[in-house]
Ligand binder design. Structure first.
Ligand SMILES: [Cu+2]
Length: 240
């Protein structure tokens, strides 16, 4: 029983839920692993920052000059003590860095591993709009000048993988809501995937400076109920 508790608590220390969900075939949402990691980084920075600020203040007070003509003393540490002061904090920091780096690696794996049932949408970047192509050949876009068009439509409850390229310069597809961002380059295909879990409209913005109207290169991302999505897709297809 005790051994089992230890075995259970080790992955629990890493990313709770993430490792288990991956094994059970459930969809691992990168949004959750991303948020979890950054939450930990913030806590980590807060603890480290507090310890060092407290030590600095303590030593500033303890070793302050008490009179203008006070002469300082040389170090009184032995060689072993001096080495310890240098090496112990260095190892503590490095252990912390490696710990967070390993977690980051785990998060990255969730970003690269596309769920098997993901719907594929082809995305082509142009100055200054995106063209989205769905599995049935239907397309959608959002005009940077007239602000008309559906943008990216996705059904709630299905992971979506975007296969992306560019017709002209380098753009970058950034969806803050889904914590994903990836460059789109002429002659190359890159990908990202995300998991729209609830009905919601968010935005995609271009996050790589791509010319005069870069700031106008954005589009709505609409996660709609599956029935609504299917109807929309059919209607788009019929107007091809
Ligand atoms: Cu762009």
């Amino acid at each position: 029983m005790k051994g089992r508790m230890v075995a259970l608590s080790i992955p629990g220390l890493l990313l709770p839920g993430v490792a288990w969900a991956a094994e059970s075939g459930k969809i691992v949402d990168p949004v959750e692993s991303w948020n979890h990691l950054w939450h930990e980084v913030l806590i980590d920075l807060f603890i480290m920052g507090t310890i060092f600020a407290a030590l600095a203040i303590h030593w500033l007070i303890k070793y302050r000059a008490t009179s203008p003509d006070q002469v300082g003393r040389g170090p009184t540490l032995s060689r072993a003590q001096a080495w310890s002061w240098a090496m112990v904090p260095a190892f503590v920091f490095m252990a912390d860095d490696f710990f967070l780096a390993a977690k980051g690696w785990t998060v990255w794996n969730t970003y690269r591993k596309v769920p098997e049932n993901a719907m594929e949408v082809k995305v082509t970047g142009n100055m200054w709009y995106w063209q989205f192509e769905y599995p049935n050949g239907a397309t959608s876009t959002y005009a940077y000048d007239t602000k008309e068009g559906d943008g990216l439509m996705v059904p709630v409850g299905t992971p979506v993988v975007l296969r992306m390229t560019s017709n002209d310069v380098i753009h970058s597809f950034g969806m803050a809501e889904y914590r994903v961002k990836e460059d789109m380059m002429p002659g190359r295909i890159t990908y990202i995937w995300f998991y729209p879990k609830e009905e919601k409209q968010s935005w995609v913005t271009c996050v790589e400076f791509c010319g005069t109207l870069h700031s106008q290169m954005y589009a709505p991302v609409k996660a709609v109920p599956p029935a609504q999505f299917d109807a929309w897709l059919k209607q788009k297809k019929s107007t091809l």
